[in-house]
Design a protein around this ligand. Structure first.
Ligand code: C5J
Length: 236
């Protein structure tokens, strides 16, 4: 059996076993990313998240071309908010709360314009979209079954925000036995310090709950035609 191809990563090479790798795109929603939306109403600089869009769009395109399973997630709640714990509803002192009317519809409510994924990264036909009420993509969703049914063991993880929904999901995935590769330029935080330390936390201690690399490292491995000609082995 040929060994799987690997991607250079921290703390070591990350294998991409054929047919067992999925791309996870976490919460690239208008409410978090668009100016004037919920994220900004919390006092955040959405520009910090916007930086993720171009490299992630490239990874998404290449993952599709390479035939990877692509799964999107969205954080949000039912219109009656029955799946939103009161503690989450009360948390912090935002000018707008979950369920309130905002410029993009009711904030983080399923079916509203702001809850949906930004146009640049819109799911393609047939790509699963996992709606989640929590920060982690496994809590109260069918993600585990979806991955198991597809035979997925390795996840390439992207999206926002690094220290919240990306971290929670990677930790959940790690506890469930999935190997996770986080792409540093395809995950984003409103806080540069959290971005830096959040990534370090994933791969510290020999990869305590995952691996970290960047999109430029993973793209040519997913699609060898992206390798510079000098790196392609000549036929003997
Ligand atoms: C947050 C998320 N930050 N998707 N959600 O509340 O990270």
């Amino acid at each position: 059996m040929t060994p799987p191809v690997t991607v250079a990563a921290d703390p070591g090479p990350f294998p991409l076993p054929e047919g067992k790798v999925a791309l996870l795109v976490i919460d690239m929603q208008r409410d978090f990313l668009l100016p004037g939306g919920f994220g900004e109403s919390l006092g955040n600089d959405v520009g910090q998240l916007q930086r993720v869009v171009p490299p992630l769009a490239r990874v998404l395109a290449v993952a599709r071309e390479a035939g990877l399973l692509v799964i999107h997630t969205r954080e949000g709640h039912l219109p009656d908010l029955s799946d939103c714990p009161p503690a989450k509803l009360r948390r912090g002192s935002p000018s707008q709360r979950i369920g309130d009317p905002g410029p993009y519809g009711r904030i983080l409510v399923r079916g509203e314009f702001g809850h949906d994924i930004i146009d640049e990264l819109a799911p393609a036909a047939g790509e699963p979209v996992v709606d989640k009420p929590g920060k982690g993509a496994f809590y109260a969703t069918g993600l585990q079954e979806l991955l198991d049914d597809a035979g997925i063991t390795h996840l390439i993880v992207t999206g926002v925000t690094t220290e919240v929904c990306v971290h929670t999901t990677v930790r959940e995935a790690n506890d469930r036995g999935f190997d996770c590769l986080v792409l540093s330029d395809c995950v984003g935080s409103y806080f540069p310090e959290f971005q830096r330390v959040g990534l370090q936390m994933v791969s510290a201690q020999g990869g305590i709950f995952g691996w970290v690399t960047d999109s430029l490292s993973v793209l040519p491995v997913l699609l060898p035609s992206l390798l510079p000609p000098s790196a392609v082995p000549s036929p003997v």
